[in-house]
Design a binder for this molecule. Structure first.
Ligand code: MN
Length: 249
């Protein structure tokens, strides 16, 4: 099996090193990741400049672009072969609910999925990489499962791992996305020259963390496995919109 590993935290992240190491036993591993921390990059592609792929002393390849650039360049050109699996992470912090729309970790996996390859995003819930060994165990179990029982068709999975010891972990659950309230406002600070500057603020608080959600699973020390789809279309709105369109003067 040939596995492409990427992330959004950058090729130097402890999370991607752990993920690459966890994949070694499964086959041929290639790491292609951003040269900088591109968390929050979502599905952006770089179209205004060329992309370079360079090799670090770790053997990992790094790109002057986004997580999506990395997987796109790797799969459609750089690798020269089609990987059997794309894995992204292990992210420094959870990617749940609406986070999945902004996440570069999810985006790297989504790019693999859009190119027709089964893809899995892995995130460790709390920032700071405490209990990274728990995440490695989860990664190895799920990829072992994928090898023994491959999906009938390519799937996109978003896996969030609770930041607890392996002994405290309470199992695995297939989840739906929770919901957040709207985001907190930006934080304004003054530059040394008195000019206003802005930091993007915190994500919104929890709105739906009911049973079955990724929030709920993590809160109960379970691994949240959330299957994702890419179709943003809202078929359920068609009738109401048709009525609206017909009623226009
Ligand atoms: Mn990240």
């Amino acid at each position: 099996m040939r596995i492409l590993v990427s992330n959004d935290d950058g090729y130097f992240s402890p999370g991607i090193a752990a993920l690459a190491e966890a994949m070694r036993g499964f086959g041929e591993v290639t790491v292609v990741a951003p040269e900088a921390d591109r968390s929050g990059a979502s599905n952006s592609l770089t179209l205004d400049r060329p992309l370079y792929v360079r090799k670090a002393s770790s053997g990992f390849f790094y790109v002057n672009g986004t997580p999506t650039d990395c997987v796109h360049v790797a799969v459609t050109g750089f690798l020269g072969f089609r990987p059997d699996l794309v894995v992204s992470g292990i992210n420094n912090g959870q990617n749940v609910a609406e986070d999945t729309l902004y996440s570069g970790t999810v985006a790297a996996a989504m790019e693999g999925f859009l190119l027709g390859i089964p893809s899995i995003a892995f995130s460790l819930a709390d920032r700071g990489f405490d209990h990274l060994d728990t995440a490695v165990h989860v990664v190895q179990r799920l990829v072992t499962g994928f090898l023994q029982k491959p999906f009938n068709e390519p799937k996109l999975l978003n896996v969030n791992i609770p930041s607890v010891s392996l002994g405290s972990m309470q199992g695995y659950e297939i989840c739906r996305l929770g919901r957040r309230h709207v985001a907190q406002p930006v934080i304004e600070v003054a530059s040394p020259r008195g000019e206003p500057m802005y930091w993007v603020g915190a994500p919104g608080g929890i709105r739906d963390a009911g049973p079955g959600t990724d929030f709920h699973a993590l809160a109960h020390a379970k691994v949240a496995i959330t299957p994702l789809r890419v179709d943003l279309g809202d078929a359920a709105a068609h009738v109401a919109l048709d009525d609206w369109l017909q009623s226009l003067p």
